[in-house]
Design a protein around this ligand. Structure first.
Ligand SMILES: Cc1cc2nc3c(=O)[nH]c(=O)nc-3n(C[C@H](O)[C@H](O)[C@H](O)COP(=O)(O)OP(=O)(O)OC[C@H]3O[C@@H](n4cnc5c(N)ncnc54)[C@H](O)[C@@H]3O)c2cc1C
Length: 435
């Protein structure tokens, strides 16, 4: 009998988890999660990498996973500290034979894993559980990945398609004996971020965890049938139904993208496919596209000149940046969106495009400051989708057009003709140190 340590990192769920299902039921399974203090470090711009709303959502997600594992006869050991200091000690303490975990693509996370591997003599086996497709299924090698989304989408649709099978959750192997009287270092002391009450005007009322993510998936499809009109409503900005709001659960891996496609396929087989049901798959392909693009370009993804390697001037003016992030620019459409983000941790896709374009092209600031602010404040922050979209709008990423600028006045006229959205947020007051 062997003991396998499963290290949950960014996929905080039990459904669609190859790395868990690959553990023979004769073996023992030790599931762990580590809160890494580096997640809360301050950026070079003077604010923490992870704001309190995202941190709170993450804590909820981890606790929900622990509860689910406990109700399945297992458990989740939760630690706080550097994984490269904690995990090698656990390997000795529990005589672990192998580590199973999720594949990382972001440079910082890869570094942490390498630091662990250097200290141990057992294998770390990685599973791709964030994406719809596995790397070996792609019709290109990573180095030949198309630069344009359209080419990527056509290649995927021609060679793979959306016919997805998701394995049901299998029986979990038993836990190894844990002697709780033995002092284990770095055990997590419990949630630090009080649950914030959702802003009364918030478009999103997400609570972290797999149960809540699957519930939203069901409500958006078979429950309310909102999926059937997604293509018409997706450019909205107010309320909970204009788009799926799957993103916070996707970002914490409480919901798998494969599961979403699987459920949409089921929905289509019962109620028929239409442009809207297809469009949700289309948008999920954007997420996929940025994921593989990050894998292809690695650190370049975060350079000012982006994956195009353009020579960019890097301006950063604190006052200008503050006017943007606190919703005090000359543009009410932008301000309303920035207030919504600050007060709720969420903003529509339409809003994100406008405020990003405004910061880059109108205020002439380095796009990476905006991306960092989104990293701090969005509860659905996802490294590849965030930096990939920012880079795209800055003209240093995958956009075939490098001069794309959103005219925020025209956008407001088109998407908020009566000013209802702007009226909703523009007079909201905010404490400027509450993120
Ligand atoms: C500047 C900028 C920054 C962004 N940062 C993030 C981020 O940190 N995390 C994040 O999940 N999304 C990000 N997006 C993409 C998109 O805005 C959000 O995924 C979407 O608004 C989330 O709401 P939803 O789940 O209701 O989306 P829906 O419209 O219902 O779409 C369903 C899912 O498709 C995917 N998706 C949709 N649009 C995009 C897109 N443009 N790029 C990648 N995936 C997409 C998401 O996983 C989303 O949850 C960003 C977009 C911009 C323009």
């Amino acid at each position: 009998m062997k003991t396998i340590l499963y290290w949950f990192k960014q996929d905080l769920r039990l459904h669609d988890m190859q790395g868990l299902y690959a553990i023979d039921s004769q073996n023992r399974l030790l599931p762990i999660y580590v809160f890494d203090p580096r997640q809360n470090m301050h950026t070079e711009y003077g604010f923490p990498k992870m704001g309190r709303r995202r941190m709170c959502f993450l804590e909820q997600s981890v606790l929900a996973l622990q509860q689910y594992l406990r109700s399945s006869g297992s458990d989740l050991l939760i630690f706080e500290g550097k994984p490269e200091e904690i995990i090698p000690k656990l390997i000795d303490l529990y005589a672990i034979h192998a580590i199973h975990t999720e594949k990382d693509i972001a440079p910082e996370e890869i570094q942490v894993q390498s630091a662990i591997q250097e200290q141990i003599h057992i294998p770390i086996i990685e599973f791709e559980s964030r994406t719809v497709f596995q790397e070996q299924d792609l019709p290109w090698s990573i180095h030949q990945l198309p630069h344009m989304f359209t080419e990527f989408r056509k290649g995927i649709e021609k060679h793979i398609g959306y016919d997805i099978e998701v394995m049901p959750i299998t029986h979990l192997p038993t836990l190894p004996e844990i002697d709780f009287t033995t002092h284990i270092e770095h055990v997590w002391s419990g949630p630090k971020y009080q649950h914030w009450s959702h802003h009364p005007k918030s478009a999103i009322r997400a609570i972290g965890g797999e149960y809540e993510g699957l519930k939203r998936l069901h409500d958006y499809t078979f429950g309310t049938h909102a999926i059937a009109t997604y293509k018409e409503t997706r450019n909205g900005m107010i309320g909970d139904a204009y788009s799926s709001k799957f993103s916070p659960w996707l970002a914490t891996g409480a919901l798998s993208a494969r599961q979403i496609i699987y459920v949409i396929n089921e929905y289509e087989s019962q109620f028929g496919a239409n442009d809207s049901t297809y469009w949700m798959k289309f948008e999920l392909l954007w997420r996929e596209f940025f994921y593989w693009t990050l894998k292809k370009y690695d650190k370049k993804f975060f350079y000012a000149g982006g994956i195009r390697g353009k020579k960019e001037k890097h301006s950063w003016n604190q006052e200008v940046f503050d006017s943007w992030r606190f919703g005090e620019t000359a543009d009410p459409f932008v301000n309303a969106h920035m207030k919504e983000l600050y007060l709720t941790g969420f903003m529509s896709n339409r809003g994100r495009q406008n405020v990003a374009s405004y910061l880059i092209h109108e205020l002439q600031q380095d796009w990476r400051i905006g991306a960092s602010w989104f990293e701090t404040t969005l509860i659905d922050y996802d490294v590849a989708s965030n930096w990939g979209n920012w880079m795209y709008l800055a003209g240093v990423g995958n956009d075939p057009r490098q001069d794309r600028v959103f005219n925020t006045k025209k956008q407001a006229e088109m998407y908020d003709p009566q000013g209802v959205y702007q009226d909703l947020w523009i007079d909201e007051l905010m404490a400027k140190n509450d993120y």
